[in-house]
Design a protein around this ligand. Structure first.
Ligand code: TLP
Length: 350
């Protein structure tokens, strides 16, 4: 990557080992259940997160929607955070396509929902109300700074859900980043939820795909939801082969991305005109703000950084930005990005 692309970890390219595995993948028709490479990936994924079964889907968005549709029927209610990716960035899919009513609670800055607010959101059985059915958590929590949510919180939500007969789905798009940051086996996180989705195509570098994992009956319903959503793929073993490499080779090294994010955060915290708390950076995401005192439009910083320094960062509204580290971002690339930001801010007179 000549460009230093920090807009997201979704921009990461497949590794040479993935391209080789893709070229040599054994394939079959996965809608018929005939693709040996997809079947192997699904078995591996389910075992890794401690669930009975898994289904390979094209995206994290489809994984979350298929999960909601497999857990909930029309008129059921899904409790989730107002900063959940599912609520903010998935085009309202649960309502549009699932007939599911989102019950939105405020996310706290650490990405959690207050337990008493979840409790209060659970509806009594009454013809006037939607039926409370599921809780959705996100770990790591993207919009809340890429925070890794502790296993003790996951356990507390499990207990609450059990008291009310609710199921819990985890949007674990980056659940392996969470496990690395919390220094625990991923099953310590996933054992508290009924179902979990995770992405191969973010920090794990595969080109396409996510896994939805859970009990066998749930996964059967999710396969049907995948079909309804147009996500039944044919010789998907080509993609699954890269996913297997992702699970075998790319998880432990996520610690390097976290170290690079911390390095970036420290450098930005030392930069005049930038506001951020480096202690808030727990995984591969660095959110930072341009101080009001800097006479520079946020769009200008993004545009000049790209044009003059070949560095891309994401604008998150107002004066907020996001930079995400991944496999293709080296410590040297972090230095280049920092130098670029500092040069532009100095010139702007901060
Ligand atoms: N997140 C993307 C954008 O959509 C914001 C990103 O660049 O971070 N869950 C979480 C927590 C996510 O961050 C994302 C993607 C998804 C689900 C959806 O995954 P895809 O893009 O595969 O549908």
């Amino acid at each position: 990557m000549n460009t230093i692309d920090l807009r997201s970890d979704t921009v990461s390219w497949p590794t040479p080992a993935m391209r080789e595995a893709m070229a040599n993948a054994e394939v079959g028709d996965d809608v018929w259940g005939d693709d040996p490479t997809v079947n192997r990936l699904e078995e591996m994924a389910a075992a890794m997160v401690g669930k009975e079964a898994a289904v390979f889907v094209p995206s994290g968005t489809m994984a979350n929607l298929a999960a909601a549709m497999a857990h909930c029927g029309r008129g059921d209610e899904l409790i989730l955070g107002n900063q959940a990716h599912s609520f903010r960035y998935e085009a309202g899919g649960v309502a549009v396509l699932g007939g599911i009513h989102p019950h939105v609670l405020p996310n706290r800055p650490d990405g959690t929902l207050a337990l008493d607010e979840i409790e209060a959101a659970v509806r009594p059985d009454n013809d006037h109300f939607p039926r409370s059915r599921a809780i959705l958590l996100e770990n790591t929590h993207n919009i809340c700074g890429g925070k890794a949510i502790p296993t003790s919180y996951m356990a507390a939500v499990r207990q609450l859900a059990d008291r009310h007969g609710l199921v819990v789905h985890l949007d674990g798009a980056r659940v392996f980043n969470a496990a690395v940051a919390l220094n625990c086996p991923v099953t310590e996180i996933t054992r508290h939820v009924d179902s979990v989705s995770f992405c191969l195509s973010k920090g794990l570098c595969a080109p396409v795909g996510s896994l939805l994992c859970g009990p066998a009956g749930f996964i059967r319903r999710a396969r049907r939801a995948r079909k309804v959503l147009g996500g039944g793929m044919r010789q998907a073993g080509i993609l699954a082969a890269a996913g297997i490499v992702a699970l075998e080779q790319m998880i432990d090294r996520l610690a390097e991305d976290h170290a690079n994010a911390r390095k970036l955060a420290r450098g930005l915290a030392d930069t005049t005109g930038v506001d951020l708390d480096p202690a808030a950076v727990e995984t591969n995401m660095v959110y930072f703000e341009l101080n009001e005192s800097v006479p520079l439009e946020p769009a200008t910083l993004i545009e000049r950084l790209d044009r003059e320094h070949n560095v891309k960062i994401g604008g998150r509204g107002g004066r907020l930005f996001r930079a995400v580290t991944h496999y293709w971002i080296t410590p040297g690339a972090v230095d280049t990005a920092l130098q670029g930001i500092q040069a532009i801010l100095e010139e702007a007179g901060s």
